[in-house]
Design a protein around this ligand. Structure first.
Ligand code: GDP
Length: 353
């Protein structure tokens, strides 16, 4: 599933948030460097359409889409110069699709700030610098290799050129993602696995009374407000109690749910559904993906042997009471391999094995 790495300075609330995420219930410690091992937590992407579909097909289970969060420790000021931890850190973060940076907004004087003050924009700058330095290190190692390979193999000439362009750009303190590149260059840059090429999402860990207020800003970027302490409490409650607690705070959903949805949006993703007696399930697919790619999300065999898809829009499916109703009304479409999947499509694939 979609994988997001959580980073941030020490003591900003990463562990607290992550514990809520995984519901493991461990104690987050009040001192820097508390988190050392990477961990993985999975969050459901809430989608009210799932229960609507379930009311029609009465499945044994409902399976929402998920976002996987990976707790990535070790990103502190100067992390880039450190040994050991740095490499472990890089290995963990490289495999994620996006980065979620937790930034401290809460004021609690009892919680030490590593830099001795609460300044979200400055904190984000520190992290950005470390990410850029890590990428420059990557390029410094990659370029000599590419220079050798470029002599033997034409393909690497383009790779070398883009690596050098990126090096220059990053040296000016900018993110790789902000460099204008041709599609070819972008593809050539893929194997470099640069961290600042990944989309970044800011999470503002705010005081409880700031929830529901105006969007907190990190520089000129809107952050997603979350109160890690509230999330930790929510994680301890059952569904009914959690709903009541959220209502008492004047909120519709938890910060983690908001975060999962925001990540979806940031990455240009959408859901399509399969609906059967066994399960109603949301599947994650790129916006713009065609039917075979969507089938491939379920199983690579579905993509390879794709024949066609029976498709009903979510609206039709609900309004007409399911597949039979759609068929009768002529709203069940047969789509081929060039069909571009729409958000909410209810799909059934036909394929060769
Ligand atoms: P990490 O180093 O980024 O993983 O930070 P932790 O999750 O360990 O949190 C550091 C300290 O800040 C702990 O004592 C937490 O209880 C506290 N903390 C975390 N989130 C909040 C919050 O939203 N409000 C307040 N007041 N304290 C928090």
């Amino acid at each position: 599933s979609l994988s997001i790495g959580i980073v941030g300075l020490p003591n900003v609330g990463k562990s607290t948030l992550f514990t809520a995420l995984t519901r493991k219930g461990g104690l987050a410690a009040n001192y820097p460097f508390a988190t050392i091992d990477p961990n993985v937590g999975v969050v459901d992407v809430p989608d009210a359409r799932l229960s609507k579909l379930a009311q029609i097909v009465h499945p044994s289970r409902i399976v929402p889409a998920t976002v996987e969060f990976v707790d990535i420790a070790g990103l502190v000021k100067g992390a880039n110069e450190g040994e050991g931890l740095g490499n472990q850190f890089l290995a963990n973060i490289r495999n994620t699709d996006a980065i979620c940076e937790v930034v401290r907004f809460f004021s609690d004087p009892d919680v030490v700030h590593v830099e001795g003050r609460v300044d979200p924009a400055e904190d984000a700058d520190i992290i950005q610098t470390e990410l850029i330095l890590a990428d420059l290190g990557t390029l410094e190692r990659a370029i000599p290799k590419l220079e050798k390979e470029a002599k033997r193999d034409k393909e690497n000439v383009a790779r070398l050129a883009v690596a050098k362009r990126l090096q220059e750009w990053l040296n000016e303190g900018r993110r790789a993602a902000d460099l204008e590149m041709s599609d070819k260059e972008r593809e050539a840059s893929h194997d470099l696995f640069l961290l600042t090429m990944k989309p970044i999402l800011y999470v503002a860990n705010v005081d409880e009374d700031k929830l529901g207020g105006p969007a907190p800003m990190v520089g000129d970027v809107e952050a997603i407000p979350v109160c890690a302490e509230v999330e930790a409490e929510l994680a301890e409650l059952d569904e009914q109690e959690a709903a009541e607690y959220l209502e008492s705070l004047g909120l519709e959903k938890s910060g983690l749910e908001t975060l999962a949805q925001a990540a979806y949006k940031l990455l240009g993703l959408q859901s399509y559904f399969t609906a059967g007696e066994l399960e109603v399930k949301a599947w994650t697919v790129r916006i713009g993906a065609k039917a075979p790619e969507a089938a491939g999300v379920i199983h690579s065999d579905f993509e390879r042997g794709f024949i066609k898809a029976e498709v009903a829009s979510y609206e039709d499916y609900v309004a007409l009471g399911g597949e039979v109703g759609c068929k009768t009304a002529g709203k069940l479409r047969m789509e081929g391999k060039d069909y571009v999947v729409a958000d909410g499509d209810v799909m059934h694939f036909r394929f060769n094995v």
